[in-house]
Write a protein that binds this ligand. Structure first.
Ligand code: FAD
Length: 498
């Protein structure tokens, strides 16, 4: 199993584990503080299960005051803190620190207020994404960002990762659907970011916190924006003989000025895995399928479906089906939504990569990924939010075979480099965590990374919040070979490293 290089995780707690437990016991109930190995084991990893680490302790506060108290104890004792929602993250963001506290937010799971007139809901961070839409459904409202993990993932985790989903093409990512956030600094101070109006004076700190992967503070309350449920939604399922044709259809739909409610692509290995699992009715002979959802009034939907179908046909679709009712619409989506577990069923392990590229580069990058399968002697299935250019190559391997694990990691790294070379980014919605931290050294210059560290330092002087994640140290980049060290001299050696 994977271990992180130690230089990113250097911390010097001022207390030992027993003393930390004693201090935390003073602020938490006994059943809210776990420190026996068998109790810690369930927290050893998140969705990136190739990396595991037991924390010193797990703290499970029941309210915001207890979150403050835990953070104050850790700050005083210089103990690292890793916030954790539901642990479904795919980039290792919630993987524990060996001498740290894993701060689980699962007990903060109340829906505090629903305002159907302002179309807002105020919720605690441990509330599941889907539970928000379920709670506001009686008002004919819903919360738009819909990660495929929405049945389990927490809204706090969504804010920390700036999560996306099928409907984010039209309705935006988490950052576009959050109105206000309360969060606690490492010193235990509560800050409220955002506001009730459309615009707020000052710097947009709400956007800074969204996607900050637990590095700047702990989110304790979120006010999310709600949307009226569309009167009608319909899905077109189209089959293509090549990924290039399907990619061209995506570019042509967006180029025609259509922003569908969702526009997703899957390649043949992915559709085959899915069909064995949920039988969504996908055409198995297709090299690629597209799922395109329209929503709105019945007239708007009919018009958009007709235009989209024409474009798909013009781009070579040989089979086009339109959902006849909501049950069939959900059946079409069921395959896409269960693509990850479907692949998980047929192989011992997989890495779900996450990179974003300009849509016009889709065919080129997919061809590159296909060639990498031969280079690394591993198979890969592709599922992606095609409308956003957000790729999810699923690299299949067996982690019990160390050689395969190493090849899979290199395969993933090479895919991210392809994305960067194509003018894209190393993440679309899953965050950086530990998974993509080395590739951040390629994506960003030394000067940019130093600015990131300066922001981190403004919030967390001693780098106690989620150290070793998301933003690489310059030493790590030098070690990774992505930064020039002249005669052993690192540039700006005087600047604090995290
Ligand atoms: C099958 C599957 C499908 C998925 N599909 C999608 C998808 O479609 N779109 C997508 O974007 N993601 C997807 N994901 C990834 C994952 O579900 C999201 O990143 C999700 O937002 C993580 O939420 P969580 O509650 O599980 O957070 P965790 O995994 O517990 O934590 C994630 C990160 O957030 C930080 N964090 C958690 N809570 C807080 C808090 N309250 N305050 C500060 N920091 C916090 C953690 O430190 C960590 O860095 C998928 C995962 C799986 C397993």
């Amino acid at each position: 199993m994977g271990k992180l290089e130690s230089f990113d995780q250097v911390v010097k707690p001022l207390v030992d584990r027993a003393e930390l437990v004693r201090r935390l016991s003073a602020v938490l109930k006994t059943d809210c503080l776990l420190h026996q190995p068998e109790d810690l084991r369930p927290y050893e990893c998140d969705g990136l299960s190739a990396y595991t680490q037991l924390p010193w302790v797990v703290a499970l506060p029941e309210n915001e005051s207890q979150v403050q108290a835990v953070l104050r104890v850790c700050h005083a004792a210089r103990v690292p803190v890793v916030a954790r929602g539901a642990g479904t993250g795919l980039s290792g963001g919630a993987m524990p620190h060996a001498q740290g506290v894993t701060l689980g937010l699962s007990k903060l799971k109340k829906i505090l207020e629903i305002d159907p007139v302002a179309r807002l809901a105020r919720v605690q961070p441990g509330v599941r994404n889907l539970a928000i839409s379920e709670a506001v459904a009686p008002h004919n409202l819903y919360y738009a960002p819909d990660p495929s993990s929405q049945i389990a993932c927490s809204i706090g985790g969504n804010v920390a990762e700036n999560s996306g989903g099928v409907h984010c093409l039209k309705y935006g990512l988490t950052v576009h659907n959050v109105q206000k956030v309360r969060f606690v600094t490492i010193e235990g101070e509560v800050l409220e970011l955002g506001g009730d109006g459309l615009d707020n004076p000052g710097y947009d700190l709400l956007a800074l916190i969204t996607g900050s992967e637990g590095l700047l503070g702990v989110v304790t309350e979120i006010t999310v924006k709600l949307l009226p449920k569309p009167v009608k939604a319909q899905v077109v399922l189209a089959a293509f003989n090549s990924l290039v044709d399907a990619g061209n259809a995506v570019a042509s739909i967006i180029g025609a000025g259509i922003i569908p409610a969702g526009l997703e692509m899957m390649d043949k290995p992915a559709t085959h895995a899915v069909e064995q699992f949920v039988r969504a009715g996908y055409p198995l002979e297709a090299e690629a399928i597209l799922l395109c959802e329209s929503d709105g009034t019945p007239e708007e939907v009919a018009d958009e479906i007709a235009r989209v179908s024409d474009i798909m046909r013009g781009c070579g679709a040989f089979d086009i089906r339109t959902s006849r009712d909501d049950a069939e619409r959900l059946k079409f989506w069921s395959g896409r939504k269960s693509a990850f577990p479907a692949v998980g069923r047929i192989v011992p392990d997989y890495f779900c990569m996450d990179g974003t590229i300009p849509k016009r580069k889709l065919a080129e990058v997919l061809d590159g990924i296909s060639k990498l399968q031969d280079t690394h002697q591993l198979r890969c299935a592709n599922v992606f939010h095609a409308g956003d250019g957000n790729l999810h190559p699923l690299i299949m391997f067996d982690a019990n075979d160390d050689a395969q694990l190493q090849r899979a990691k290199q395969f993933g790294s090479d895919i991210l480099k392809l994305c960067i070379d194509a003018g894209g980014t190393v993440t679309g919605e899953h965050g950086v965590g530990i998974e993509k931290i080395n590739e951040m050294c390629i994506q960003f210059s030394q000067a940019e990374l130093l600015q990131f560290h300066a922001i981190k330092q403004a919030f967390d002087e001693h780098a106690l919040l989620n150290p070793g994640k998301a933003v690489p140290t310059l030493h790590r980049c030098a070690e990774f070979g992505a930064m020039h060290v002249h005669k052993g001299q690192l540039k700006h050696a005087d600047i604090p490293r995290f």
